[in-house]
Design a protein around this ligand. Sequence first.
Ligand SMILES: C[S@@+](CC[C@H](N)C(=O)[O-])C[C@H]1O[C@@H](n2cnc3c(N)ncnc32)[C@H](O)[C@@H]1O
Length: 281
Amino acid sequence: MDLDRKDQIEKIETELFLEAIYRLYGFDFRNYAFESIKRRIWYSARETKAKTISEFQGQVLYQPELIKNLTNNFSITVTEMFRDPSFFEAFRLKLVPLLKQHQTIRILVAGCASGEEVYSLAILLSEEGLYEQTSIYATDINEEILERAKQGKIALTHMKHYTRNYLQAGGQKEFSKYYRVEGENAYLHDFLKKNLVFAHHNLATDHSFNEFHIILCRNVLIYFNKELKERAFTLFYDSLREDGILCLGSQESIFSTNAFTDFDYTNKIYKKNEDIDLELN
Ligand SMILES: C[S@@+](CC[C@H](N)C(=O)[O-])C[C@H]1O[C@@H](n2cnc3c(N)ncnc32)[C@H](O)[C@@H]1O
């Protein structure tokens, strides 16, 4: 079969597959970036030895026990502590002074994966004397990864790299004071968990909540198509206070909306525009 025809068939199969799992199980991945979600479907299909996406669709529809593993495979949970250190440095230098003007602070970390980014923020805010008055809501669609995030358990092999990130991000303490070592793992100290709330929330289907001072949604939108990214921008706009700040990942940026302006373009930090009629072009 020639390549064009194969691509055409796979496109139809992928769209039908995503529609099918949405209609039967309610999981909506229809607006995820096409090539990446197709790769993830194939990754799961190979585990059941399906030869085509259509064959795999039949298996998933008739064997509900496959759906959990499938949706977990759809969510890519790669993360690190103080990922992109220059972002955390900018957070410390430019956002902390803004936060210091408030008596209580609410931060949302959407797509928090196993929580490394959330614990990094907790460390930074506690060093800046702001953690006591802060609530950090950390959300994800993947229930299993949220359970891991709550534990604050990190493989010891990562800690050297994370210590380097922490120092590059402007950290000045002994990083090891934030965790204890047990066997092959590091366990982050309980005081860092005190003001964290981990919860399930789906950016593709759920609505806005709370009025946040800052929303971090880093390295999540890269997996969405244009329509879903625009839905997320509207949700962030509605979930931020008037002077709120949105932080995206290094490969992501705001487009086709007048809802935000650059605050620190290099570090993908944006400020909510006040008093506008939200327009998505
Ligand atoms: C690559 S991780 C990013 C982790 C962290 N924010 C970082 O930058 O290191 C992407 C996370 O987004 C989550 N995710 C994917 N689709 C989502 C959705 N529709 N709603 C909420 N979270 C989602 C995945 O489950 C995964 O944990």
